[in-house]
Design a protein around this ligand. Structure first.
Ligand code: SAM
Length: 260
């Protein structure tokens, strides 16, 4: 159910969003045409989408440990896979957007904070040239995700199980740069900023970070506004469901509110 904050944010987004005729920056115009205007063949994800459909009718219950902000829709520690699949996962349209971004970037190293059932991880790991590291705290969810990765014989996904508050610290010691990061785990202000700042060590100016659920709550809205206006960020796009952050100084600090 949509709460007052989300309704207010949606109306503001609707009033402030622009179309491609208002994008004068060559970088954002190119990004809009090549990435946001989706020309990928959805058929190439049909097996992953079949898996999503199977999960959407799977009433198996699993025990969840909630490491994040919890769910506005689900209560309790026992949850059915079908409920998780219908409330917690990135919708197909946005999973395709993330695939388009990493294709545009020719990304090799990808990080997903918050695996859940692993559906978006499968999109991110579509190309064998990519290596995806995905983080999940809840063991039962990690087990389902690993089963899904094995079913698709994915060799290029590594799942790091455990609370990101502990597991990310060691991960960011590795000096290799990360091209694309999806922050989709603990939807609260302080952890979002902390994870972003920790990941900064592993980014370069061509990296792209996507923050999910930027208008989900007042604290996520605050986190998004702080990050997009941070000195470290040179450009941003608000697509309502998610925000995209760019780090290339050539972009010259521009912000766009667009629709997908
Ligand atoms: C919104 S779901 C991720 C959805 C997934 N990215 C997708 O699109 O399919 C968020 C996940 O992050 C996990 N999570 C939240 N906070 C965490 C933390 N502090 N450490 C590890 N996992 C966490 C939750 O268990 C949950 O499975």
């Amino acid at each position: 159910m949509v709460n007052y904050h989300q309704l207010k944010a949606f109306i503001k987004h609707w009033l402030t969003s622009v179309d491609k005729h208002s994008i004068h920056s060559p970088f954002f115009f190119d990004f809009y045409n090549k990435v946001i205007l989706d020309k990928t063949d959805p058929g190439q994800f049909s097996e992953t989408e079949q898996l999503r459909s199977n999960l959407l009718v799977n009433s198996t219950e699993i025990e969840i440990i909630d490491f994040g902000a919890g769910s506005k829709k689900l209560n309790g520690t026992k949850r059915k896979l079908l409920d998780i699949a219908s409330t917690s996962l990135t919708p197909q349209k946005f999973a395709r957007l993330y695939y388009n971004i990493i294709t545009y970037q020719k990304a090799k190293n990808i990080v997903e904070l918050g695996t859940s059932l692993g559906i978006t991880s499968l999109y991110l790991a579509k190309s064998k040239a990519c290596h995806v590291t995905t983080f999940e705290g809840s063991r039962s969810l990690a087990d389902v995700a690993i089963t899904n990765f094995e079913y698709f014989e994915k060799q290029n996904i590594e799942l790091i199980e455990g609370n990101i508050n502990s597991t990310l610290q060691e991960f960011v010691q590795n000096p290799a740069k990360i091209n694309f990061v999806l922050i989709d785990a603990n939807h609260q202000y302080a952890p979002t900023l902390r994870y972003f700042n920790m990941m900064m060590r592993r980014l370069n100016e061509k990296s792209i970070v996507v923050l999910d659920d930027i208008h989900w709550s007042e604290e996520m809205e605050r986190a998004w506004n702080e990050l997009r206006t941070s000195q470290l960020v040179y450009g941003s796009i608000d697509l309502f469901r998610c925000g995209i952050l760019f780090f290339d100084p050539d972009i010259n600090r521009q912000h766009f509110v667009l629709n997908l």
